[in-house]
Design a protein around this ligand. Structure first.
Ligand SMILES: *Cc1c(COP(=O)(O)O)cnc(C)c1O
Length: 391
């Protein structure tokens, strides 16, 4: 039998890192009605619900076209295909992201080219992009990580100079604003995920690609149905990647609540900041950057500490759930070893993987839980301080 410190000091009951149940309680009636209507229609592939969701999302984002697809991963893949990216091409992206970002590039046959991040925003460092451009670079694929917009202005300038596309990975950032415009409406394409834990999540997998040019929108619509406009006639090679009618019906219900949920996330982020300040922890941990030109939508509230692992262990013993996004950068993953990157080649991304810790954040998160999180962090740093003084 193992004796742990939690046997000495009993752990308080744990709460959840993320709680979809609390949200479902508030929309149960609306969702069940929407699902019932689709089941009554027995129409499950594309159709009116998908058309309407595409129109509503395009209006919400302020972009001419939105095309539903099967996942956020496919949204990236379809955008790259629509841009004509394939073998021999290079696409510039960040190694500090979910695997789908670079995986989708590789899936087209193109080569992901990694550029390091900024330590404060965790987003791709636009100052380092130019030197990564070659005559093979076809696109830049910035990620709006954790809900904060990447530096799109300089990125768009570089892209324009070299006639490259900008494909925004907005999977974590629906509703985030950059200089007055919603992310995912600014580049050539914008890619969204409706995975349940995203700010707008469905009841399974789903995704959406936005486009600003009718030609691109048309290609996306073809690519998601095997390149077919007329039945059994194929204009180009595509795939099967549609958004389910059921998911679209659920997403239409949830989209009506998204602005309120975003506000609630932002309020919780502000509450965290306040409690951290009240407890004089501003020097012990680094809180998320919030530039004035952008609105952060806090898919994650990620703090930074050089004692991340021992802090996380302590919080776990206290029943405080946390998560690590991401424990390993993509350039050092076995799946990308063929690209030949070495440890030390992306120092900021590698440091971020060692030092970042995501705290619970969701629209219904009770303030008492937030206090418990920060209390436990304060306790960790006080005992650490005490310990180092005694030595
Ligand atoms: C979730 C996510 C994706 C992929 O979305 P799925 O719907 O899970 O396929 C891509 N990029 C980022 C940054 C994500 O967070």
């Amino acid at each position: 039998m193992q004796i742990s410190t939690s046997a000495v000091r009993p752990a308080k009951t744990a709460f959840q890192f993320f709680d979809l149940g609390a949200q479902f309680e508030t929309i149960r009636g609306e969702v069940l009605q929407a699902v019932g209507a689709v089941l009554d229609s027995q129409q499950f592939i594309l159709g009116q619900q998908v058309d309407l969701l595409e129109q509503e999302l395009a209006a919400f984002l302020g972009v001419p076209f939105a095309i539903g697809c099967a996942s956020g991963t496919d949204a990236l893949y379809l955008a790259l295909l629509a841009q004509g990216v394939g073998p021999g091409d290079e696409v510039i992206t960040t190694p500090f992201t979910f695997v789908a970002t670079a995986g989708s590039i590789a899936r087209t046959g193109a080569t992901p080219v990694f550029v390091d991040i900024r330590p404060d925003t965790f987003n791709i460092n636009s100052d380092l992009i130019q030197e990564a451009v070659t005559e093979r670079t076809r696109a830049i694929l910035p990620v709006h990580l954790f809900g904060l917009a990447a530096e799109l202005r300089p990125i768009l300038q570089i892209a324009e100079k070299h006639s490259m596309a900008v494909i925004e990975d907005a999977a974590q950032a629906i509703g985030a604003v950059y200089y007055g415009e919603k992310v995912g409406s600014i580049g050539t394409f914008g890619c969204f995920s409706f995975f349940p834990s995203k700010n707008l999540g469905c009841a399974g997998d789903g995704g959406m690609v936005t486009a600003r040019h009718p030609g691109n929108a048309d290609r996306l619509r073809l690519l998601r149905v095997h390149g077919s406009r007329a039945k059994y006639h194929y204009e180009l090679l595509g795939t099967n990647s549609r958004l389910d009618t059921l998911q679209a019906a659920i997403l239409r219900v949830k989209l009506r609540h998204l602005d309120n949920w975003t506000k609630a996330r932002q309020e919780r982020a502000a509450i965290y900041r306040q409690i951290f300040e009240d407890k004089h922890l501003s020097d012990a941990v680094t809180l998320p950057e919030a530039p004035s030109h952008s609105s952060h939508v806090f898919n994650q509230f990620v703090i930074r500490s050089t004692s991340r692992d021992s802090l996380r262990q302590f919080l776990q013993e206290q029943g405080v759930p946390t998560a690590i996004y991401y424990p390993e950068p993509l350039h050092l993953q076995p799946a990308f070893s063929y690209l030949g990157y070495r440890a030390g080649s992306m120092p900021e991304s590698e440091a971020a993987c060692e030092e970042t810790l995501a705290l619970p954040i969701y629209p219904e998160l009770p303030v008492e839980s937030q206090e418990r999180v920060v209390d436990a962090i304060a306790e960790f740093f006080h005992s650490k301080l005490h310990h180092s003084r005694r030595k």
